[in-house]
Design a protein around this ligand. Structure first.
Ligand code: GLC
Length: 747
């Protein structure tokens, strides 16, 4: 027998052995779960479905509960959230070990973009379009958080969002399901690592299931109403991608979807998630969302809320206490079969086994490991790199950036120059006993960067909010002494996030007035915009000399900003959301339909779907971001101009760095299906490649187009690719298309 043949035999034997051993492991775990389940009373089973907030912090409306210790001792609690640090988690786990069956507690936390080492807010990270960087960020977060006693993060948030009035846009990956799906998967892999149960891994929790980002009016917690087709085409893909990446828990959402609150929505949680998708993990409700079904007017009381939630597929009750208060009675009243309770308990116990908590409930409680993980310089290095990759260069008049390190005098002005915690953004974790101020301010970042010959002047100029201009004089005075002004303005970090919807998304206070005064000195002004969302800032956009959109960058904010300002990092980020000219344009997104009277960008907007007073096009489009260098696209080639459903097209395009700086370019590939049984968007992102090019270097970038990229959900919700003509557009943003061609899909 040939060597090759033996190798194939060997490989297939190995594969079948590993599959069977995996199956054997799963079977063994299931037996262990059942062995515990059979010992449990109904009250203890319900206890596993009950999650309380620890009293260290609160991320929702708190219900006072003075008997947590007693309830844990009686096995009436399965999990705690907002309980961090080895010392604290150990103390609670010790209480759980006093219960009859010694079932360990799960500790969950919103580790959204870093634990002690913090990273850019997720929408900022998404701007990097760098999946490896995003995964490494989640990996660091999991390494630190799991070393600090945590088993579970309530992340990634994968809600597609097209309305920047909604404050939670900061937590997601923007408006596009293709980009959002890849980022969702990267974050799950980062958090969960190679294997659940490894010491530096933690359970991911994909949220908020589902369509929370489509809240009407951009108002948090508001209703969502959409066709199932839109749900499947735009809002579900990132959840499926996260599940396919191995996510083991989901969190449902506060909103009703088409009139049915997600928490009790069996179509979402049973038909789709646990049915069609075969999800074997568990679903945790969002904070109090079970009880909130009463406010929705969907159920009469807590008893009905618990009934709706458990039958709707919610396994664990975060903080509402309705499972604890009503499930036993629902079973006694034969409204809820014990099988439903057992299924939820099994799902939760299985995760506790997989984490290794039954073997050692204190497995994640090691002070030495915690200390080492929370003081790891490699984490800081990664944070600085990811932060720099997240900064979007929106404008660079006269190529004023990068600044020379020999600039004689820089006036660094603005209310965020010396801010510390602001840089952490909305979701940060107060890590007990750890100096959470180990943040590099923007001021410190520039101080670290400039040489001895540069004079760095400072003035606050004004507050973030309010109309006090008394600080303008000092700011103008130092501006006049400078060669260049760097102005750091924006929001407070708590102005964008949960329950932070805004009807006016302009730059608050008198900050743009300050810019106007500084520009009047005749000095060039580089503006840093610090925020969690796309803002409306037309004056700044039209008049500033240069603009860097810095989001909230985390621990290494100052160093990352300095790296970009002085050119040690050439900005390569691209916007993951459309930036409106006016709130009146919202919802605004690039992958819109054509309509029967397509909007135009010119002035004669009559009888078409433009506004009479404004074009429909954004200030800055999806995929937009500048570089210190320039890139040229050429030689677009398609291997075929006609393909069958089973064939693929090899696409190649040459990208040249025609500037004087090395740089990264996000080469974006968009398609348009010209005719469909459901009208198709004028553009859809279907692939991208982030590629590094030295000054003067050129590369051939390749893509593959297959049926998957041509498919969509038709009226019957079948995923189909319909024969017809397609346009292919490749460029540096959704509106900066550099090369294009077309091809035909035939039967
Ligand atoms: C909050 C958020 C959710 C978070 C949870 C726990 O209300 O909606 O994203 O994970 O409560 O903090």
């Amino acid at each position: 027998m040939s060597r090759k043949f033996l190798q194939i035999i060997g490989a297939s034997l190995l594969l079948s052995l590993s599959i069977s051993s995996l199956y054997a492991q799963k079977k063994k775990l299931a037996q262990k779960v059942d062995s515990i389940l059979h010992l449990m009373t109904l009250e203890e089973k319900i206890g596993q479905l009950n999650q309380y907030n620890d009293d260290q912090a609160a991320t929702g409306p708190v219900t006072q509960d003075n008997d947590k210790i007693g309830q844990i001792k009686r096995g009436q609690v399965g999990s705690l959230l907002n309980c961090v640090g080895v010392a604290r988690t150990r103390s609670w786990q010790k209480v759980a070990m006093q219960s009859r069956l010694k079932i360990p507690l799960l500790f969950g936390q919103d580790v959204i973009h870093g634990y002690k080492t913090t990273f850019p807010i997720p929408l900022g990270e998404a701007s990097s379009w760098d999946l490896d960087a995003i995964e490494s960020s989640a990996r660091v977060a999991a390494t630190e958080a799991s070393a600090s006693g945590l088993h579970w993060t309530f992340a990634p948030m994968v809600d597609i969002a097209r309305d920047p009035r909604w404050g939670r846009v900061m937590e997601g990956a923007g408006e596009d399901p293709y980009l959002g799906s890849l980022i969702a998967a990267a974050r799950v892999k980062g958090f969960q690592g190679n294997r659940l149960g490894d010491l530096n891994s933690m359970m991911a929790c994909v949220k908020h299931f589902a369509a929370y980002g489509a809240a009407i009016g951009g108002r948090d917690y508001n209703s969502v109403d959409m066709s199932d087709r839109l749900l499947w085409e735009v809002y579900l893909p990132p959840f499926k991608a996260a599940l396919d990446a191995g996510a083991v828990t989901f969190m449902n959402s506060f909103n009703d979807l088409n009139g049915v609150p997600a928490t009790g929505n069996a179509y979402l949680q049973r038909t789709i998630l646990k049915g069609k998708w075969g999800f074997k993990g568990f679903v945790v409700s969002d904070w109090g969302s079970i009880g909130e079904m009463i406010n929705h007017g969907n159920v009469k009381d807590g008893y009905e809320a618990a009934l709706s939630a458990i039958t709707g597929g919610s396994d664990m009750d975060m903080e509402s206490r309705n499972y604890k208060n009503s499930l036993a009675k629902l079973v006694a009243d034969k409204k809820v079969p014990i099988a439903l309770i057992d299924d939820a308990v099994r799902r939760i116990l299985l995760k506790k086994f997989e984490l290794g908590l039954f073997d050692d409930p204190f497995k994640y409680c090691n002070e030495e490991r915690e200390k080492a993980a929370l003081n790891n310089p490699e984490h800081t290095r990664i944070a600085r790199s990811v932060a720099a990759k997240s900064i979007v260069l929106l404008k660079n008049e006269n190529n004023i950036l990068p600044l020379s390190k020999n600039t004689k005098t820089i006036a660094f002005i603005g209310p965020l120059v010396k801010a510390l915690k602001q840089n952490k953004g909305f979701w940060d974790v107060e890590v007990p006993g750890v100096d959470s101020e180990h943040i590099v301010s923007q001021w410190q970042g520039l101080k670290n960067k400039i040489g001895a010959t540069t004079n760095l002047l400072y003035a606050k100029g004004c507050e973030i909010e309010g109309d006090d201009k008394s600080g303008f004089g000092e700011a103008i005075a130092i501006a006049k002494q400078s060669d260049v002004v760097v102005l750091s303005i924006g929001e407070r970090r708590d102005m964008t996030g949960e329950a932070k919807s805004r009807s006016n998304i302009g730059i608050p206070g008198v900050q743009e007035d300050l810019l106007k005064e500084l520009l009047a000195t005749g000095k060039p002004v580089v503006v840093l915009i610090n925020t969690g969302r796309p803002l409306v800032f037309n004056y700044t956009a039209d008049h500033a000399t240069a603009i860097l959109y810095t989001w909230w960058l985390g621990s290494e904010a100052g160093n990352a900003i300095a790296d970009v300002l002085f050119g040690d990092v050439n900005p390569s980020a691209k916007l993951p959301m459309s930036f409106p000219v006016s709130v009146g344009q919202i919802p605004i997104y690039y992958s819109h339909f054509s309509t029967g009277r397509p909007a135009t960008d010119d002035k004669n907007r009559i009888y078409n779907s433009s506004y009479n007073d404004l074009s429909i096009f954004p200030k800055y489009e999806f995929g937009y971001g500048k570089s210190y260098t320039s890139f040229e696209y050429s030689k677009l080639q398609l291997s075929k101009k006609k393909i069958k459903q089973t064939e693929t097209i090899e696409v190649s395009v040459t990208i040249a760095n025609t500037g004087k700086y090395d740089g990264d370019e996000v080469v974006q590939l968009y398609l348009r299906d010209r005719v469909g049984s459901i009208v198709r968007p004028v553009q859809e992102l279907k692939d991208f490649k982030k590629t590094s090019l030295k000054a003067g270097e050129s590369k051939v970038i390749q893509f593959k187009i297959d049926k998957q990229k041509l498919s969509f959900y038709n009226q019957l919700l079948n995923w189909v690719a319909e024969p017809g003509d397609f346009d292919i557009m490749i460029g540096s943003s959704s509106r900066d298309i550099r090369v294009k061609d077309s091809f035909e899909l035939i039967n």
